[in-house]
Design a protein around this ligand. Structure first.
Ligand SMILES: Cc1cc2nc3c(=O)[nH]c(=O)nc-3n(C[C@H](O)[C@H](O)[C@H](O)COP(=O)(O)OP(=O)(O)OC[C@H]3O[C@@H](n4cnc5c(N)ncnc54)[C@H](O)[C@@H]3O)c2cc1C
Length: 391
């Protein structure tokens, strides 16, 4: 077993780092937590696109680079390490482009993939509804055929970065008269159509990164359907593995991890550096152990992908573990910072830019989004261990 990176991979990592350092120097971005999902910067996305780093693994015939998933992991690892604002292209690059490649028509591939690659199409994820989260098959949004169109009515919630997205990936019921898993289809639609209303959701951190999206008699041409009508649920399962598979589940708060370690080096209590305090050292060391385990779990996911297999159980395992690490990191950082650590970024007294309270509150959602930890453990139990489904 060889855990070393090749020279080419190391060179690529360095190239990404150099790029990010230069962009920071130029002021394109400042590192922040959750920047992969909340950092909206068309300027940055355009620059990433210009480097050819969106759709890195996609076939050359559609403008991709046909590089390995391992290369893509190296790229995303560095983006996350630097807290770079990649939200505009992240979802399309991670999962929706892959769905179009696997299930889309030739016309969709030729039209949509180049737009994503150029950093022009930002795609939001419209799956969850008020009554359909873990049990996604219960969704009620309908897309009913009418002549050459589908007419969409319903409500989505938690659509990430909805107000910035110019496309939405949408799952809707296309046949209400069959068992619920068999009447669902996938669509890609533009977000500026008549009948679409976006209402911001303000979350526990004060972030407006999510929204409810209402569809009121929204008419879309049939060419917006991805894949086979009524086979959407099975297609979604394929896509969700990719949503769960990445290092963003481990490194969304990496800037906080680095900052808290640095804080303990620089801060003193009773004349001694915090980094010399045994309890604090052990807590940070424990975090490093968990971080390294999470990283290996995620690298294993990518190994499975590069072998051409769907990373189902492996992705579930990695996401469940990594999000628990992120929550642990936020708790430990908050403990170490003490009372001042509760101050948010707007306060001039907030240590390490108020990252800790943001992460402490925001990380509660990590074990919900993209599949709750209970659902992921069910996957590991049934498909990994071969246990019967829960009753
Ligand atoms: C920050 C954030 C961002 C999100 N972004 C998006 C997005 O961009 N697009 C999108 O479509 N959705 C998004 N979501 C929604 C997310 O996918 C759902 O929250 C998730 O699927 C859980 O659904 P729910 O909230 O309805 O909870 P429920 O499904 O109602 O679950 C409630 C509780 O019951 C447990 N539970 C449910 N079923 C089972 C079971 N079978 N066995 C054991 N326990 C069970 C769950 O684990 C959970 O603890 C986001 C959510 C969050 C918090």
């Amino acid at each position: 077993m060889d855990f070393e990176f090749s020279q080419e991979q190391e060179r690529f990592r360095q190239e990404v780092r150099d790029f990010l350092e230069e962009e920071m120097r130029q002021g394109t971005f400042k590192p922040s937590c959750d920047a992969w999902i909340q950092g909206y910067s068309p300027e940055f996305t355009k620059k990433v696109a210009h480097k050819g780093w969106i759709g890195l693994t996609w076939p050359k015939e559609y403008g991709g680079q046909e590089r390995s998933n391992m290369d893509r992991l190296i790229l995303t690892e560095e983006m996350l390490r630097y807290g770079a604002p990649a939200a505009c292209h992240w979802f399309a690059d991670r999962q929706i482009g892959g769905s179009i490649l696997t299930f889309g028509t030739e016309e969709q591939k030729r039209e949509l993939l180049p737009k994503i690659l150029r950093g022009e199409a930002y795609v939001g994820l419209g799956m969850s509804e008020p009554q359909a989260g873990s049990d996604l098959a219960s969704l009620q949004t309908q897309a009913i055929e009418d002549g050459e169109d589908y007419v969409i009515n319903g409500q989505k919630m938690w659509t990430s970065c909805a107000k910035f997205m110019n496309y939405n990936y949408l799952v809707a019921r296309t046949d209400p008269d069959v068992p619920k898993h068999r009447g669902i289809s996938e669509f890609i639609i533009e977000t500026n159509l008549p009948g679409i209303t976006i209402t911001q959701t303000i979350d526990i951190t004060g972030s407006e990164a999510w929204a409810e999206v209402f569809y009121d008699n929204v008419r879309v041409p049939k060419k917006c359907l991805i894949g086979e009508k009524n086979r959407g649920f099975y297609q979604i399962m394929h896509q969700l593995d990719y949503e769960r598979a990445g290092l963003e589940r481990l490194m969304g708060n990496y800037p906080l991890f680095e900052a808290i370690v640095q804080f303990t080096r620089e801060s003193k209590q009773n004349g001694k550096s915090l980094s010399q305090d045994t309890l604090i050292r052990h807590k940070l060391a424990q975090l490093q152990v968990e971080f390294d385990v999470g990283r290996l779990l995620t690298y294993r996911v990518v190994m499975v992908m590069d072998e051409g297999r769907a990373p189902n159980v492996e992705a579930a395992m990695a996401k469940a573990y990594c999000t628990a690490f992120e929550q642990h990191l936020a708790s430990i950082a908050t403990e170490i910072l003490g009372l001042y650590g509760q101050l948010v970024a707007e306060s001039k007294w907030a240590p390490i830019l108020g990252m800790a309270p943001h992460s402490f509150l925001g990380s509660k959602g990590y074990s919900l989004q993209a599949g709750t930890s209970e659902i992921l453990r069910n996957i590991v139990a049934s498909r990994g261990l071969g246990l019967p489904s829960s009753g």
